[in-house]
Write a protein that binds this ligand. Structure first.
Ligand code: ZN
Ligand code: ZN
Ligand code: ZN
Length: 335
């Protein structure tokens, strides 16, 4: 069964790379992620490569975020890739429709209006002037006694003439010729953040950065997200884990639970308890934004999970500060 987009999005929000990319959008450092053309490679996203590292993974990464509704995209360009070697270093050839040669000559057609004679521009050229080959009059008033009457092509190979050449492509890497029929023709996008999604990510996501800063300022080493191994051997993920060698035997773990509803579901407490039971940290905090329901509160107490209810970032930090100071003091007082 396919996972619900919301669950999948939650996974993305926990991914360190996604967090970095999204925080660039959220902080305003990045407004729109535009592709940049590289002749050898095709389009790339340098701003993203700096985060992801591997340029071959950027497209997949962005498509995933788009599919989940986190990013919006607009078509920026279309690129032609060689069907043989997949290079984007491809040139366009305008070719003769009869013999397919691209060795054609393009000319402008000129009509001498008074006598109606039409021919290619070079037939009218006489020194620096344009003179009608039929009536020998000079053409000197554009749009009055002569006008441009379109384009005419002549093939240098088969000598046939035509007005519309046939486009074809030439790969500058493997030197193969190919037509639009065989070309791989792909969309290139510019990406922006889907602001709607912020409601879902909520303050919780944006909170990670300030919480991290706060804990670091108190001398903690912080990991977010953090994967900790439990007694069972299984690895559990917490939104934030903080350690301070001199104080904590083990670690303080923090999970964030946010909701657009009135109350955060007690499930977040139950899920956290299962992890905490296995990992046995010094302290477990669950930050519920904005509030936890009555059942959740009871469970938190029963499970010895410190519940922090906060309506916003400042609230959460203040409450967390109290909680962290309490941990530090209790450890100092212990013999
Ligand atoms: Zn090629
Ligand atoms: Zn030809
Ligand atoms: Zn004429």
């Amino acid at each position: 069964m396919a996972k619900a987009p919301k669950t999948e999005r939650a996974e993305v929000f926990r991914d360190h790379r996604s967090q970095l990319v999204l925080s660039k959008f959220l902080s305003g450092e990045l407004d729109k992620l535009d592709p940049v053309y590289d002749p050898a490679y095709g389009y790339r996203y340098p701003a993203l490569e700096a985060i992801i590292g591997d340029p071959t993974g950027t497209e997949e990464f962005l498509t995933h975020l788009y599919d989940l509704g986190i990013l919006k995209r607009q078509t920026y360009d279309k690129t032609i890739y060689c069907p043989t070697c997949n290079s984007a270093n491809v040139s366009i050839h305008y070719s003769c429709p009869y013999c397919k040669s691209f060795n054609i000559k393009k000319s402008a057609l000129i009509e001498h209006i008074p006598c109606g004679y039409i021919d290619t521009e070079d037939r009218f050229k006489k020194d620096d002037k344009l003179v009608c080959p039929r009536c020998k009059t000079e053409l000197n008033k554009p749009d009055i006694n002569y006008r441009r009457a379109g384009i005419w092509c002549a093939c240098n190979e088969c000598n046939k003439s035509f007005d519309i050449p046939v486009p074809s492509h030439f790969c500058r890497v493997c030197s193969k010729n190919f037509t639009f029929d065989d070309a791989s023709y792909r969309d290139v996008y510019a990406y922006t953040l889907n602001k709607e999604i912020l409601k879902e990510v909520g303050v919780g996501f944006i909170l990670v950065a300030p919480i991290r800063e706060f804990l670091q300022s108190r001398g903690f080493t912080v990991e977010s997200p953090s994967f900790l191994k439990g007694k069972s051997g299984a690895s559990h993920m917490f939104d934030i884990a903080a350690t301070r060698g001199d104080i904590t035997r083990n670690v303080i773990v923090i999970d964030l639970a946010t909701t657009a509803e009135e109350f955060v579901s007690e499930q977040s407490i139950i899920a956290m308890f299962a992890k905490v039971y296995d990992v046995s940290p010094d302290k477990a905090c669950l930050i519920a934004i904005p509030k936890m329901g009555e059942n959740g509160k009871k469970l938190a107490e029963l499970y010895n999970i410190q519940l922090i209810e906060a309506k916003d970032q400042n609230d959460a930090i203040k409450a967390l500060e109290k909680c962290v100071m309490a941990v530090i003091q209790s450890k100092i007082q212990q013999p």
